[in-house]
Design a protein around this ligand. Structure first.
Ligand code: ATP
Length: 238
């Protein structure tokens, strides 16, 4: 569904990605793991149209996305949930979610907001309990859930999830991974960057390991999980 082919990208004079190719097939959960600074977030920025690659190709269902701005890529159904919590702090939880649906309405689809809200509250019951609370007063984990919920309100065809477990307590990490597993069960296509490599490999269909701006290894997630080199470098030696 989403294909990155031989992507080179960077910032100013720094080159970060040196020929990255990633394929995210429809309905699959693909994860991207690797050490700090390997270029995972940069890859997500390229995939969402936020950062124009210097070379290489980006395509959605074989349609080239090259040169499209982030809002155009989003309009085509690719929703990016960036690292950190980008919610509107002075709006309530409900208003934040409705903003996600409003984007869709602007693009001419009839917003069946109520059903979508119930679906999002099904994934994240905690957001329902706190729907009137200002988003800025939610805990970090709750804000992360809200950022994912808002993306889902736009009925995306695929999600780019950048470190959704970042900074969360273990209980909330479980909730976020539970929601990702449910989304996968519902057929959502996802590209996931995750620091909890073991959990990500457990959930994912396919995985890429990134090192110094290159894909060092890739394969079915279960196979990588059993790979001694991956275990040693990313999963601890246990
Ligand atoms: P982490 O797991 O630590 O988040 P990552 O694999 O996501 O790391 P990136 O955030 O893609 O890595 O960063 C890759 C390299 O690009 C790093 O050396 C980083 O310092 C650099 N970099 C990232 N963003 C910028 C920026 N806006 N300007 C300049 N350099 C940047």
């Amino acid at each position: 569904m989403l294909q990155l082919t031989d992507i080179h990208a960077g910032y100013n004079r720094t080159s970060v990605l040196h020929g990255v190719s990633i394929d995210v097939p429809r309905g699959q959960l693909v994860c991207l793991i690797g050490s700090n600074g390997a270029g995972k977030t940069t890859t997500m920025r390229v995939a969402s149209g936020m950062l124009a690659p210097r070379a290489g190709r980006l395509a959605l269902d074989a349609q080239p996305l090259d040169g499209l701005a982030a809002h155009h890529v989003q309009r085509l159904g690719v929703s990016h949930v960036p690292e950190g919590r980008r919610v509107f702090p002075s709006l309530s939880v409900l208003d934040n979610l409705e903003v996600g649906a409003y984007r869709r309405a602007r693009f001419g689809l009839r917003p069946d907001v109520h059903d979508d809200l119930e679906r999002v509250f099904g994934y994240f019951p905690r957001l329902k309990e706190r729907r009137q609370q200002l988003a800025g007063t939610l805990s970090g984990g709750e804000q992360q859930m809200l950022a994912m919920g808002r993306a889902l309100m736009g009925r995306p065809r695929m999600l780019l999830l950048d470190e959704p477990s970042m900074g969360l307590s273990p209980k909330l990490v479980d909730d976020v991974f539970g929601a990702i597993a449910e989304l996968r069960g519902a057929g959502m296509t996802m590209l996931l960057v995750e620091q909890f490599a073991a959990t990500a490999l457990e959930l994912a269909d396919y995985a890429y390991v990134m090192e110094n701006g290159r894909i060092a290894l890739h394969g079915p997630a279960r196979q990588l999980k059993g790979d001694p080199a991956v275990r040693e470098a990313y999963l601890g030696k246990a």
